[in-house]
Design a protein around this ligand. Structure first.
Ligand SMILES: *Cc1c(COP(=O)(O)O)cnc(C)c1O
Length: 396
């Protein structure tokens, strides 16, 4: 085959040719001065993506999960209490990681399809008059359910309770695709990875860290070795790594940040919103419910769709792959078999989204879903054509 179809999984995402070319590099000496010349400005430029001026950005050769581990182990001690909520696969995994590190987790149970329970957080934080809770965790965009949570509301919960806990946010499937405001929201550690909004392969954990979180490292006793943040900070500040840096990925990230800034973050976010809205119109035309419970929770990077009773969403996803060579996300955890996910983040256009909508629609028709072929595509076409703007202005 001459080429391959785009993927509609919510990460890893499609890689633009510019980024793939940028990653194709011969070995260079990472201790040579020109490595630092390129690397130090990259860390500074990344601050704009996190919208932080007070924080610092660091990279670990790892994935998002390694970024969480770095966040937790560098700032907390065994026995410390943290506040988290379970409303999908990723928020659930973060809770497990904390427990595996010997932390005590207050885990608020929420429905899958709901967002972060900020009111419940506030109640718990107000009751914690001894300030035993050292960190509050929130998943900005729960990729398993297609739910975006309001991180500002978590900040308000902390402020209303006048609670000094740190705020850690999983932004793996939101940062660089949706508005993220580290400083405005008072986030102490924001974690993301290279393979979602940044349009690269997996392999880098990208963290932004506030001065308060950096200060917390001094007394934190969770064991860490590879993920030692202080060692990484000291090395990164000099433009180096405590071990061998993955040069190809770093070059790719450089290109990614350049592309994001050429398009402009505001336009990147608007593009994601518009594409997502077209996908949601298609789902509405199929009369299928979203996993996300309320419009204000709808994610602009991934849409999780419930299949009708008696249908197996995993079979649908397999069918689309086997017959059309197009990948979608399966339902995870509690909604395995009951929902599929359309990832629409990163290097994505409305034209690509139309192909993704059309293909899953064909797969549903093949499997006798109660849908009419073309209805979803028509709804998305109507929306995309009504909201079109000149291509050159979009990419300028
Ligand atoms: C993908 C994802 C992760 C996991 O990241 P890895 O890079 O696979 O370790 C964590 N959180 C969210 C919200 C994600 O979407």
């Amino acid at each position: 085959m001459a080429t391959q179809n785009p993927v509609f999984i919510p990460g890893p995402t499609n890689m633009p040719d510019r980024i793939r070319r940028a990653m194709d590099v011969q070995t260079v000496d990472h201790r040579a001065s020109d490595f630092a010349d390129q690397f130090v400005p990259l860390l500074d430029d990344l601050k704009r993506v996190f919208k932080t001026t007070v924080g610092e950005v660091l990279l670990f050769p790892s994935t998002g999960t390694g970024g969480w581990e770095a966040a937790v182990t560098n700032t907390l001690s065994p026995g410390d209490e943290v506040l988290a909520a379970r409303y999908g696969m990723f928020s659930q995994r973060w809770i497990k990681l904390c427990r595996d590190q010997g932390l005590y987790v207050h885990a608020v149970e929420s429905e899958w399809g709901d967002g972060v329970p900020a009111d419940e957080y506030e109640r718990i934080l107000k009751a914690d008059t001894q300030h035993r809770i050292k960190a509050v965790l929130a998943c900005h965009n729960e990729t398993a359910t297609g739910v975006t949570s309001d991180i500002a509301s978590v900040r308000r919960a902390l402020d209303n309770a006048q609670h000094p806990a740190m705020l850690f946010v999983d932004g793996v499937s939101s940062i660089a695709s949706m508005d993220f405001r580290m400083d405005d929201w008072g986030v102490d550690i924001a974690v993301t990875g290279s393979q979602k909004g940044f349009m690269l392969g997996a392999g880098l954990a990208i963290l932004a860290i506030s001065p308060k979180a950096i200060a917390a490292c001094a007394n934190a006793r969770c064991p860490r070795a590879y993920f030692d943040l202080q060692a990484m900070r000291e090395a990164n500040r000099k433009g180096s790594f405590p071990y061998t840096p993955p040069l190809g990925l770093i070059r790719g990230l450089r290109e990614s940040v350049t592309m994001l800034e050429e398009e402009g973050l505001t336009r990147v976010f608007a593009r994601h919103h518009r594409i997502a809205e077209g996908v949601r119109r298609a789902v509405a035309a199929w009369s299928l419910p979203l996993v996300a419970r309320r419009p204000e929770l709808y994610s602009d990077t991934v849409t999780a769709v419930r299949v009708p009773e008696g249908f197996d969403a995993t079979e649908l996803v397999n069918h689309a792959y086997e017959h059309y060579g197009v990948s979608y996300g399966i339902g995870l955890g509690d909604i395995a078999g009951k929902a599929f996910r359309i990832g629409h983040l990163g290097d994505m256009t409305d034209v690509m989204a139309l192909a993704g909508i059309a293909t899953i629609e064909m797969a549903m028709a093949n499997l006798d879903y109660p849908i009419e072929l073309g209805r979803g595509v028509a709804a998305a076409q109507a929306y995309y054509s009504a909201t079109r703007n000149r291509w050159k202005q979009r990419v300028a």
